[in-house]
Structures are given as C-alpha cells and as structure tokens.
Design a protein. Structure first.
Length: 143
C-alpha cells in the first residue's frame, strides 16, 4: 500500500506543478478580468494543494516529482503557438479547458493504476481532479 501511496502522491505533485505552470503562463495572455481572476484563483489553489502533497510526502520521508522536462516544454510551446496564431480570451479558455481534461484523464488513470494507495492519497487525487473539473466548468462562459 505504501508504494502505491507514494507513487500516486508523486503523480499528483507533478500534475499540480504542471497545472500551475500552465495557468501562470496563460494568464499573461488574458485581457478579460473575470477570466484572469478564475485562472489566478485556480493557480493559487493548485499551489496550495501541491504544498499539502509535498508535506505529506516529506512526512513519509519521500520526495515529490517534478513534471517531465519534455512535457513542460511541449506544453509551453504549444500554448505560445496557439496564442500567437489565434490569441484572445476565447483561445486562452480553450487551452485551459484542454489542460483540465488532460489533467483529469491523467490523474484518474493513476488512481486506477495505484488503486492500493491510502484513502488520504486517493482523497488528495480526488481533490485535484475536482479542482480541474471546477475550473473546466468555469471556462465554459469564456469559450
């Protein structure tokens, strides 16, 4: 159980960090104050959750997991290219929606893969996917 718990928490750590990086990047392109506020609030929630995940891992004498360099680079480049090609708040909301969908699919896959993880780890993973679902729903009015 502990191995599954650590693995799931590491993937959640990586997912939170990737989401925060992406949200921080995309908000620089946003002009609508409401959209900017939604993105910023979600960025802060991801940062807070990531701190709790890291704290949980440290208590287990384990380390977190940074997002992969290639995945981070690809995400950054594709966001820059999409915003340069189309730009605007609608495209920014679309990019955020796509990122939320990816995060949900990824973390749900890890929950299935590490089904022996502790209840607390599963709850943190659920919190992360819940944040993604909430943000995705809030993006609908900007699409």
């Amino acid at each position: 159980m502990e191995e599954h718990t650590v693995d799931l928490l590491r993937e959640c750590d990586s997912g939170c960090a990737m989401a925060a990086e992406s949200l921080e990047q995309i908000r620089d392109f946003v002009s609508d104050q409401g959209l900017w506020n939604e993105i910023t609030a979600s960025y802060e929630k991801h940062q807070d959750l990531d701190l709790r995940i890291k704290k949980t891992l440290r208590a287990m004498e384990e380390q977190g997991k940074e997002p992969g360099k290639m995945a981070s680079a690809w995400s950054w480049m594709s966001t820059e290219m999409r915003m340069m090609a189309k730009g605007g708040d609608k495209e920014a909301a679309s990019i955020v929606t796509d990122g939320c969908n990816m995060g949900i699919k990824t973390i749900c896959g890890y929950k299935n893969q590490y089904s022996g993880a502790s209840k607390a780890a599963m709850e943190l993973a659920d919190e992360l996917t819940g944040m993604e679902e909430n943000l995705r729903n809030h993006m609908k009015k900007f699409l």
